[in-house]
Ligand binder design. Structure first.
Ligand code: NDP
Length: 247
C-alpha cells in the first residue's frame, strides 16, 4: 500500500513550480489532490490530468490567496469533493523585492495576505475537516531565518511569520493528533527563481554550500515525508532544504 492511500490533500498554488510538484508527489503517494491557482487555469488542469493518470481524484479551484474568503471556500470545496481532508499544504506565494524606500502599503498588505492570512484562515477552515493524523504543512523560505541580501525585508518578514504560525498551530492542534510543520526551501529552480537566471542566479548559487539550486521535486519529497504516517511525531518545527545557504 502507498503511504497516503485513502487520504485527501489540498495544495494552494498548485498550478506551477513547487506547488505543482507537491501536488503530483502527494498523488503518486496515494492521495486525492485538490489544487488552487490564481491565474493559470490551463496549467492547473495539466497538473490535475497528471494526477488522474495516476488513478487518483483531482480538483482544480480558482482561489486568490490575497482574498479573505477564497482560501476558506477552497478548503470547503475540496473537503466536499473528496468527502474528507487530511493534508493542507500552504504553498501559494509571491516574491516582492526591491529598495526599502519603494515598498508600498498595498504591497505589504498583499504579501501578508497571501503568505500569512491565507495560511491562517485556510488552516482554520481545514482543521474543521481533519481527524487524528491530519497534516498542515506550509512553505516558508530560508530567507525567513537569514536575510542574504538587501531588498527582501517584506518577503523575509512575511515568511518569518510562518515560524510563529507553525509553532502556535502545533500547540493548538496537537491535542487532536494533527501536526503542523514548515518547509523552508532555499533557491529552487521555478519560474519565480529560474536557475538559469543570469547573475542573480549565480549569486544565489555562490551562497550555497553545495554550489547548486534545489528542485521543486526535492521540496516535494520533504513535504511528502512530513505528510506521511512516518512523520507522525514531528510537529511545530521546520525543515530547511537550502543546499546549505543558511549554514
Ligand atoms: P512560482 O511563481 O513558480 O509558482 C507560484 C504558485 O503560487 C503558482 O501556482 C501561482 O498560481 C500561485 N499563486 C501566486 N499567487 C497566488 C494567489 N494570490 N492566489 C493563489 N495562488 C497564487 O513559485 P514557486 O513554486 O517558486 O514558489 C512556491 C512557494 O515556495 C512560494 O511560497 C515561495 O515563496 C516559496 N519559495 C520559493 C523559492 C524559490 O527559490 N523558488 C525559495 C523559497 C521559498 P498562478 O499560476 O495561478 O499564478
Amino acid at each position: 500500500p502507498l503511504p497516503l492511500d485513502g487520504k485527501a490533500a489540498l495544495v494552494t498554488g498548485g498550478s506551477r513550480g513547487i506547488g505543482a510538484a507537491v501536488a503530483r508527489r502527494l498523488a503518486a503517494d496515494g492521495a486525492d489532490v485538490a489544487l488552487t491557482y490564481a491565474a493559470s487555469r490551463s496549467r492547473a488542469e495539466e497538473v490535475a490530468e497528471d494526477i488522474r493518470a495516476l488513478g487518483r481524484r483531482a480538483l482544480t479551484i480558482r482561489a486568490d490567496s490575497a482574498d479573505a474568503h477564497d482560501p476558506v471556500t477552497a478548503v470547503d470545496r475540496a473537503a466536499a469533493e473528496f468527502g474528507r481532508l487530511d493534508i493542507l499544504v500552504n504553498n501559494a506565494g509571491i516574491f516582492p523585492s526591491g529598495p526599502l524606500e519603494e515598498v508600498t502599503v498595498e504591497e505589504i498588505d498583499r504579501t501578508l495576505a497571501i503568505h500569512v492570512r491565507a495560511a491562517l484562515l485556510g488552516t482554520k477552515a481545514a482543521v474543521r475537516h481533519m481527524t487524528a493524523g491530519g497534516r498542515v504543512i506550509s512553505i516558508g523560505s530560508n530567507l525567513a531565518d537569514h536575510a542574504t541580501m538587501p531588498g527582501i525585508t517584506l518577503y523575509s518578514a512575511s515568511k518569518a511569520a510562518l515560524n510563529g504560525l507553525t509553532r502556535g498551530l502545533a500547540r493548538d492542534l496537537g491535542p487532536r493528533g494533527i501536526t503542523a510543520n514548515l518547509v523552508h526551501p532555499g533557491s529552487t529552480d521555478t519560474e519565480m527563481n529560474p536557475a538559469d537566471g543570469g547573475e542573480g542566479a549565480d549569486f544565489q548559487r555562490s551562497l550555497t554550500a553545495l554550489g547548486r539550486y534545489g528542485t521543486a521535486d526535492g521540496i516535494a519529497h520533504t513535504v511528502a515525508h512530513l505528510a506521511s504516517p512516518d512523520a507522525g511525531n514531528i510537529t511545530g518545527t521546520s525543515v530547511l532544504v537550502d543546499a546549505g545557504t543558511n549554514a
